[in-house]
Design a protein around this ligand. Structure first.
Ligand SMILES: [Zn+2]
Length: 442
């Protein structure tokens, strides 16, 4: 009960947060929040304690590897990474997520981008997280009883906090057999479904073929890039629009508004933009969370590429509006230019997606991997494989030609191996960014 009161407190705090008159007022409010946070929380972090009187810009810029390597110094509760890592691994293997250490809950990131990161939260942060999710995703719907189905790859105590008589959360472990998950959903009859787009699309297919009969009032896509095709499929079957939350190990970073636009949660994070290309409004976000206390996240460079929306969202929110989450940086291809300089040019994954979508009737699905600057491997699926391969080749040739790039050698892989437990990446690059810089400098 105390837990529920805490959650409610945070729910109200988020719902009643001041609205700001302008972007400048918001920025000033953020700075004040950060200063308070620094003196209260960062003073307890050996990694940050010498910075607390300095402006944010003086703090070191960090990436995931640095964050993981310095876990012991960064956290504010003298926690030891090695011990917690063992606890987290064990809880994942036994799929028993009740395991905690004191009031600290321990989780591991899914590790699609290499290293697995440890993330820890205490009781009050979990209540805060629950209250924020409820306020931002359910809003007034919280007044009606809700059954929320969370379809997730790995559970964490974080997700189990929210449960009472009116609002029930049930977690569906995606490592269980799919038929078992469907039976569970049918029995639970969720009013809200949250999950990766790929899994929501599979649920829509099951509904379409009569395997399940659900009537959710809200569907929220989380965790990975929501593609237009999947979004339409899900919306057509369930006849409601799909909302999006932008969430990572690094926290709850954004949510879509009533107009369907994704806004960054700038009432709890400060976002610095590292521009990749100002003309196309693409940037890598550097985030500073001024709410998270156990494991601070300060000037942390995410591995995502975001496209900022060109015009202000009609909803009137001052929070940065995002046109699209472009996925991992690794998903940008680098292809040889027909001109001499620069030698390698970035090709954004949505160009590839759009090119493939030109033949949506022939190419049902595909995976593209760039092994080196002049070699691509592609696996396609379609009613007629030869036709699908032919179309894929033509579409890629057309794409690269229109960008004035040389067509790399194209190799066909036999089958698409897809794994529900792993984040879906249709476009991947296997050689490091450092090679690109070297090539272009030579
Ligand atoms: Zn909006």
């Amino acid at each position: 009960m105390i837990e529920m009161i805490r959650i409610l407190k945070h729910f109200l705090q988020v719902s009643l947060r001041p609205t700001h008159a302008s972007r400048e007022a918001l920025t000033m409010w953020q700075s004040r929040q950060f200063l308070q946070f620094a003196s209260r929380t960062l003073a307890c972090s050996p990694y940050y304690k010498n910075y607390t009187t300095r402006p944010l810009a003086d703090y070191p810029l960090i990436d995931k590897a640095t964050w993981v390597d310095n876990f012991d110094e960064i956290n504010t509760k003298e926690l030891k990474g090695r011990t917690l890592f063992d606890i987290a691994l064990n809880s994942e293997q036994t799929r028993n997520f009740e395991v905690t250490k004191g009031d600290i809950a321990v989780g591991l990131s899914s590790g699609t981008s290499g290293r697995r990161a440890l993330f820890v939260t205490d009781k009050s942060e979990r209540a805060q997280y629950a209250g924020t999710i409820l306020a931002k995703c359910l809003g007034k719907n919280i007044l009606k009883p809700q059954r929320v189905a969370l379809l997730l790859r790995a559970n964490n105590e974080l997700y189990e906090t929210i449960g009472g008589s009116r609002i029930k959360f049930q977690y569906f472990d995606l490592q269980r057999p799919w038929t078992e998950i469907l039976e569970g959903l049918q029995a639970f009859q969720p009013t809200v479904m949250v999950g990766p787009p790929q899994v929501l699309a599979l649920t829509a297919q099951a509904q379409l073929t009569g395997k399940i009969k659900l009537r959710p009032a809200k569907i929220i896509a989380s965790a990975e890039v929501l593609e237009k095709k999947e979004q339409k499929e899900i919306e057509n079957v369930f006849r409601i629009s799909v909302d999006q939350i932008y969430q990572a190990t690094e926290g709850f970073l954004g949510v879509s508004c009533r107009c369907g636009t994704l806004h960054l949660n700038e009432d709890s994070i400060i976002v610095e933009k590292q521009w990749i290309d100002r003309n196309t409004r693409r940037f890598v976000p550097i985030i500073t969370d001024f709410v998270r206390t156990t494991q601070p996240l300060i000037r942390y460079r995410l591995n995502d590429v975001l496209i900022e929306r060109e015009n202000q969202c009609p909803c009137g929110s001052l929070f940065t509006a995002i046109e699209k989450i472009e996925g991992r940086e690794d998903d940008i291809l680098f292809i040889q230019n027909k001109e001499s300089s620069p030698k390698l040019v970035p090709v954004m994954p949505d160009f590839v997606r759009d090119a493939m979508a030109l033949s949506a009737d022939t190419i049902c699905d595909y995976r593209l991997v760039q092994h080196s600057f002049d070699r691509l491997e592609i696996a396609v699926e379609g009613p007629q494989i030869d036709q699908a391969r032919y179309k894929a080749t033509q579409n890629l040739k057309g794409l690269f030609n229109s960008l004035n790039l040389k067509m790399p050698e194209l190799i066909f892989a036999e089958t698409i191996t897809s794994d529900m437990h792993v984040k879906l990446r249709r476009v991947r690059r296997l050689f490091p960014m450092a090679e690109v810089f070297e090539w272009n400098a030579s």
